[in-house]
Design a protein around this ligand. Sequence first.
Ligand code: FES
Length: 106
Amino acid sequence: MAEPVFVCKVSDLPDPGKAVYEVDGRSIALFHVSGTFWAIDDICTHDGGPLAEGDLRGYTIVCPRHGAQFDIRTGHAKTMPAVKGTPAHEVLVRGDDVFIRLNEDA
Ligand code: FES
């Protein structure tokens, strides 16, 4: 199981908010919505778009390239042109520190 990697302080990310962090060489989009953090790969499965640069609408992120929508809680693709989900990762909050544990199966 991957070790959790510290990425930021809770107070670093507004709610709602989003940011991108490098975790073990992987680009991860971190979201803060309604008091909870969520993390998915910052890669659209349609054509590699940078998801965190898109609009965040509730628990949905809209790819800035062609508009595919993904659920930030699961990485599931909700609309075309993406048909495959992007991997989701575990987020741990310890006090004011936020950690990401990569999903090694993804
Ligand atoms: S790259 Fe994301 S919708 Fe095309």
